[in-house]
Design a protein around this ligand. Structure first.
Ligand code: CP
Length: 301
């Protein structure tokens, strides 16, 4: 694997392999502390859209592997003066970056960068397209909890239309044997999303929150992405919270959320902070899967 720009074309074996590597590296850091697998190398973190979890977990992952980090956001960099992504990347490459992690609002920007640079590129979220390391950390969190992904039913609920997390999970989960239920308000959950299914027959649309809570082993709630939405796509906050806000789980069921959460809107605080919430395990697993992806694309594991 030279780059990780999306999960659509990553095979089930490669996904399992990355998850196994994440488990191994997570244990090594826990038992032995930081490693020197990437000693003498630098990772360029180009975060041209806001991020907390993804950015800091990539930084921690790179440092755990012994790499240096060149980290930049749009604000405070010369991108606000109009410098292109390509010139920005070439500048960091000249400063010694040996790989790039890119978050960008434009769909396909990591793919374009990967075609032009001579070092690995990892997609940290491109517009509404994909967020491959998020889906990998979600999968690792499910594996930790259930010991398997094969045979699980995972519901993804909310603003699916604008969700790169949904798209990457729709490419990953069916390949590893899970069934995916998608549910949300009509304009945010088009029936056409079942076409993302890479296997066939493993992605279904439901029209109420009650239906998915009845059926799912894990319920993944999504943030309403107002910044990507045309006016009028959503009912009022109160109506949304009443119809689609998760207030209760079934016994044995778990809740996940990629973050950031809108507490009281798509998820009640009692659920987010409750005993069946895996939300903060997801954050911790972000470091593990990002170590695995950096190590793999940079050719040291
Ligand atoms: N889940 C996620 O991508 O969070 P950030 O936007 O904070 O990185």
């Amino acid at each position: 694997m030279n780059h990780l720009v999306g999960l659509r074309d990553v095979s089930a074996d490669e996904l399992r392999d990355l998850l196994a590597l994440a488990v191994t590296l997570r244990a090594r850091v826990r038992d032995e502390g930081r490693m020197s697998l990437l000693k003498g190398r630098s990772v360029g973190l180009l975060f041209l859209e806001p991020s907390t979890r993804t950015r800091f977990s990539f930084e921690m992952a790179a440092k755990n592997l012994g790499a240096d980090v060149l980290s930049m956001s749009a604000e405070g960099s010369s991108t606000v003066k109009g410098e292109t992504l390509w010139d920005t990347a070439k500048t960091l490459r000249a400063h010694g970056a040996h790989a790039f992690v890119l978050r960008h609002k434009y769909v396909g920007s990591p793919h374009q960068l990967a075609r032009r640079v001579d070092v690995p590129v990892i997609n940290a979220g491109d517009g509404i397209n994909e967020h491959p390391t998020q889906a990998l950390l979600d999968a690792l969190t499910l594996l930790d909890r259930f010991g398997r992904i094969d045979g699980l039913t995972v519901a993804i609920v909310g603003d699916l239309r604008h969700s790169r997390v949904t798209r990457s999970n729709c490419f990953l989960l069916p390949k590893l044997g899970a069934r995916v239920l998608l549910a949300g308000p009509g304009p945010l959950c088009p029936d056409s999303m079942t076409a993302l299914d890479p296997v066939g027959g493993r992605i279904e649309v439901r029209h109420t929150l009650d239906e998915v809570v009845r059926e799912a082993d894990a319920v993944m709630m999504l943030r309403i992405q107002r910044e990507r939405m045309a006016p009028g796509m959503l009912p009022s906050d109160a109506e949304y919270a009443s119809l689609w806000g998760l207030k209760k789980l079934r016994p044995g069921q778990v809740v996940m959320h990629p973050g950031p959460m809108n507490r009281g809107l798509e998820i009640a605080s009692d659920v987010a902070d409750g005993p069946d919430s895996l939300i903060f395990q997801q954050k911790a697993n972000g470091v593990a899967v990002r170590m695995a992806v950096l190590a793999r694309v940079m050719g040291v594991a």
